[in-house]
Design a protein around this ligand. Sequence first.
Ligand SMILES: Cc1cc2nc3c(=O)[nH]c(=O)nc-3n(C[C@H](O)[C@H](O)[C@H](O)COP(=O)(O)OP(=O)(O)OC[C@H]3O[C@@H](n4cnc5c(N)ncnc54)[C@H](O)[C@@H]3O)c2cc1C
Length: 133
Amino acid sequence: MAEQGERPLEMLPVGHRWDPVPGVTLIGDAAHLMSPFSGQGANSAMLDAADLAREVAATPHDLTGPVARYEATMFPRAEHDAAGAAQGLERFFSAEAAADPVAVFAEAMAEVGAAGAHDGAGGTDPAATRRTG
Ligand SMILES: Cc1cc2nc3c(=O)[nH]c(=O)nc-3n(C[C@H](O)[C@H](O)[C@H](O)COP(=O)(O)OP(=O)(O)OC[C@H]3O[C@@H](n4cnc5c(N)ncnc54)[C@H](O)[C@@H]3O)c2cc1C
């Protein structure tokens, strides 16, 4: 049992997925609970909702197709984001991070700068945000 003031940090396995169930699916943390160290959980939940709603609206009398198309998009996206979150967790709780947090943040900022240079939009590449939280 956790000491007073301690809160467990739960996560599903990176790449978690399930066999198709006609007309039934999950979105958000229920589908891909990850550590907060990529800053993507809420963003992913909103993307899930938008993607699923768009698919259902396209063929509202058939939920099997929309659910399958949504899951085909959501599973790889969630795996990518969960991997980033797991890396972030490792990074910010490693012995090296505790020894030199400035170096860790400098490295993260350099990655953001590099991604921004590549996307040509001044650092608005979502992948850059995903990596740094
Ligand atoms: C410390 C921390 C920092 C975070 N920082 C970020 C961040 O910077 N950026 C980001 O994008 N994400 C962040 N997240 C993740 C983000 O908060 C979650 O990914 C997001 O809230 C998931 O939304 P959701 O709607 O799927 O689930 P939730 O927000 O958990 O919503 C589920 C809702 O269902 C309700 N509920 C549960 N069981 C029942 C029931 N039986 N009947 C009725 N209602 C029920 C719950 O009370 C809750 O209101 C962070 C998370 C944590 C813990």
